[in-house]
Design a protein around this ligand. Sequence first.
Ligand code: NAD
Length: 448
Amino acid sequence: MAASKGAPDLYSQFLSSAPGAFIAAKAGLPRPENLRRYKHGEPPLAGPVLIGGKGRLVEPLRELLSDYPAAGTGDDTYGALVFDATGIGSVTDLEQLFEFFQPVVRNLAPSARVVVIGTTPEETSSVDEHIAQRALEGFTRSVGKEVKRGATAQLVYVSPKASAGLSGLESTLRFLLSAKSAFVSGQVIRVGAEDSVAPADWDKPLDGKVAIVTGAARGIGATIAEVLSRDGAHVICADIPAAGEALSETANKVGGTSLALDVTADDAADKLAEFVLERHGGADIIVHNAGITRDKTLANMDEGRWNMVIGVNLLAPQRITDVLVAKGALKEGGRVIDVSSIAGIAGNRGQTNYGTSKAGVIGLVQASAPVLATKKITINAVAPGFIETAMTAAIPFATREAGRRMSSLLQGGETVDVAETVAYFASPASNAVTGQIVRVCGQSLLGA
Ligand code: NAD
């Protein structure tokens, strides 16, 4: 089954009709914005960038963003507001946020971006600074809930040890200040001190790279394969043998290779390692996307459902990464990207097995990051919220509608939104980003 791409849901169709718009306006119903999404050749933002703040990063930020149109004094609509909050060293300094944002926050273009840059609280030099920097999270997440018309707000913490050129921040900033992050809002990303080398072409950052995507036959996995291939990677598309036809379709579409592989099979990790070593001398990226649900309340759960979900969603990614790394089949400087879920953050009725597995994925990422760092391998996860796929199309209508609307962006996401976030982690320029969990959920109220 192919994922729905860009097809407006019934409610959005209703709102776009004249009577629908009239009724919605009268009744004060939520009106989801048609989000700007990446199209090759289009400008990343719908307006100029206003940069502010009094910290150590404001000048390097201006330099880094020199190819984005800068807001002038005559501008009254902004494509993005970028604020350097690293100068906030105490609680009283938090007033800087109010001073910068309050006069301009009303003047955002559709799908505008708000990005606050702070200092990683755990690496600050005083208690006062730690408190003030931690406070930025509440500010940014609240802004995300207030801004309208598809705008998003994020917080990026940068290590105080990062070099002045901020090269390690560039891939994160480019992702957040683009239509690629359309469905990402209210997120906090920590960027380490490492320097990065910019790709020769920001539109093809994965040129020459080999990527493995599990569960690539359909849904989110198929779109991840497409986006990684668009960015230049050769993609090995893996899925269960029964998905054969759909898998070949994905692989053909992306000019990649298909590989029949049940990730829970005893020999899955060895088979994958052998395959990539023989054909490509190793892989650069692995995306553990294969995942299943087997919902029942705990009281009605049987052992089979429990074990199957933990096996596919958590044990397989852990085991496969371990073997690939041990055999050198994931190259030094490689990228591991796991797929969690907001159900692993908030919990979900009827999903004790799934919620456990997806929270475990977060643990896997956090525990593995320092270990893999010795080989310059990063590990991160996306945690999707409500994404329009065959999986969510099967949810009963009322629950599905509630799932879509219970977010700051008032709509479900598309598979491409998850895929773009995966591609951001996969970029060679994202080497300073590890151990991070980015929710792709439109700032869902679940687990907020
Ligand atoms: P999907 O069911 O459409 O696709 C999952 C794919 O994984 C299928 O092609 C399936 O054949 C494959 N797969 C299942 N078991 C496998 C195994 N043992 N070995 C190899 N492949 C296997 O699901 P989706 O909606 O595209 O979800 C993809 C990932 O995103 C999953 O990890 C899921 O838990 C996660 N996720 C999805 C949503 C959403 O809203 N759709 C939300 C949160 C998280």
